[in-house]
Design a protein around this ligand. Sequence first.
Ligand code: C2E
Ligand code: MG
Ligand code: MG
Length: 757
Amino acid sequence: MSANSFSGERSRHASIAIAVTLVVCLTLLLKPLDFTISAFQSKLFDRDASGEIVLLSVAAGADADKTARTLNSAVRNLQENGARRIFVDASLIENGSPATNNDLLRVLRSNPQDVQAFYPSPESGDEEVDQTRIDVTRFRGLNTLNSRLNRDFLNFAWSVPAVANDGRTTLGHALADTEKKRDQVAIDVTIDPDSIPRIDLTMPLTSQWDSVRGKTAVIAGKRTADDVRLVKSGSEQAAVAHILAAETLLAKRGQSIPVGFLPLIFGLLLYGCAQFSSKRRRKVAYILLIASMGALVPITALLGVQAFFSYPMVMLGIYAALRSVSLYEQRHLLVDSITGLPNFAALRRDLRQTDETRQIGVAVIKILRLDGIFATLTLREKRHYLKMIARRLAVVDPTQKVYFDDGKYFAFLTQDAGETENKSHLTGLRAIVSQPVEVAGRLIDVAITIGGDFRFEDSGEDRLSSAISAADQAREAFRPVFLVSDFENSEDHWDHGLTSRLAEALAQDRIKIKLQPQVDLRTSQFVGAEALARWKDESGGEIPPASFIPQCERMGRLDELTKRVLERSLNSLQVLQNAGHDLPISINLSAIQLVDDRIVEIIESRIASSGIVPSKLKLEITETARIEDFAAARSVMEKLRALGISFSLDDFGVGSANLEAVQRLPFHELKIDRCFVSELRECKMSRAIVSGVLRLAESANISTVAEGIGDIETYDLLADMGCERGQGFFIARPQVLSQLVSTLDLRKGGLFHKSVG
Ligand code: C2E
Ligand code: MG
Ligand code: MG
């Protein structure tokens, strides 16, 4: 899927580049670039003019009659010296006295083939050419030529049409006088304008007339207003452009490639290149593409063919820029720095780009106890270890794209194959990946859990976060591969509507607590209370913690829940103290919150601002079986203990809390699970277990609490067995603070057991 999605992105970039170029084609913005390329072409080759066309210049303006007389004598001299054809700038004829002018007009009329006049005619709306300079009526009946030039906005002349807008032949085409007529000639930029023979009529002439024998002569006035820019020589008389056009025609050059042709061809080629999925082939294709364009620059110059390269160049430039931005993002923002693998931001992007109908599931692989493993490895070895795991994940399909993020999660996208197949596929994969990896000659264990989400009604983003959560909740020994659908089917509630309502409740601080008192079983005095999170949703219904706490975890907001519960508990402690009840409060903390120091900061800062003595706070750690890194958990607990906080091991004795936790972590208290307590009276085994736990606690110097005391018999039994404290509906239900204060007031000094009894 990865290869497809990237070629899709490349095609999109190619299309954008082509589209932008087409739009730019319609503007003239790229002219300066074309000029630069043409200037380069003009420097590559140097061709001389044929020498058949001679330019004679007269200064126009100054002394009008003198100019006219110079002109007349020049025409005569040219005729006498055998010039083949003579072309005269008509505006010069306007300058002289009537006699001089009529004289010349007579010559023109008597030799209409050999002597022709040319003058520009303005296009409609063109005010630059001063038509009043010429009395066109004088030339009626004569074959006159048009010397107007098409210039661009930078005053460059690029080409000369055969016929001007007014229907007259242009000077350039008439000068060439070739048999084969062409509609248009692109001025060949390689012809050197300096190689055109020139005669300056303002200088005294003697011997030069002989050099025009058999040649074509163009007599033109020098007027800076008419000057045009030429690629090879800068500013020139307009007649020079016509002479160059004629020279181009004579050399049978000057064809031009239509403006849209090169962008079209290179656009198609670019689009084709973008389709190669192999990086190497693509690279070769791009190089060939650029090289062929580069080669076309001198080739067209050599052939004298005019082509506009700016458009395809800009197109390639836009494409290159789009690709660079995308590659930069991939390299720096979407890639994990250790493994070089795409990270989860890349995964989210890919998920957004996948076709929703393709039923792509997300599998997340969590590497367990990585901190311990990495403690002994160098960076290179760490990288090797992770890369080996990534390679194994792609063992079935080498094109499989594997993602890595957050220092311990791998992920990949996989096609849904049905519930049982998905599970067996992931289970098989786990067997492959869990083989030890050899790093620097040592075999290092790989312990993983896998979470998968194949529910397509959810967004890709949701699927990723629930797959991470599933990998977190999977137990290495108990259930290493955990699909979110398992979660849905299990007794844990997985209500999707709940997620957004819960987020809202957290944001609006609508999570409250109830406090359930604990008593000393020997004295029956209240000695503490447990804070239990309570959430009443908008409709007033109370949602049990067993439902919303897993959701909180899945949303990654357990710490936020703890903050709320902690703040309310600290407030309650304050209120209780003010009312003269000096009890500690226990709050529940999931063991997975002990992975780093975040929780230490949360608790420390809250306690500091509340002014409550830290020893008034106890933390009940639930789900201790999920602790992967005991060393880390211990260090977090020790930091909290240093503040004066004590720890209780909640639900002790059932699956989620075990002896290993007692052995390895600094607990002050064991909280015997309700399931043993509730069956204490009837079940011998429960009694045996509870008395075993009590003995264990006593010899380890840890105190004990029994939870879920439901009747007086159990209460007495536990007291007799030596359990120190108790909690349960028989003693008191969880209650709001004001209720607890009244309960405590009522019982103040009194003995709980006796008053109930
Ligand atoms: P837990 O910490 O073991 O809390 C005791 C649970 O047993 C409470 O359920 C309490 O209402 C219930 N209980 C107490 N006495 C009796 C009894 O005599 N009979 C019966 N049948 N139940 C009794 P609750 O409030 O529904 O809480 C369930 C669990 O949710 C808690 O078990 C705790 O693990 C978790 N929890 C509650 N608040 C928080 C919290 O703020 N953070 C975390 N991480 N977990 C919490
Ligand atoms: Mg508890
Ligand atoms: Mg409990």
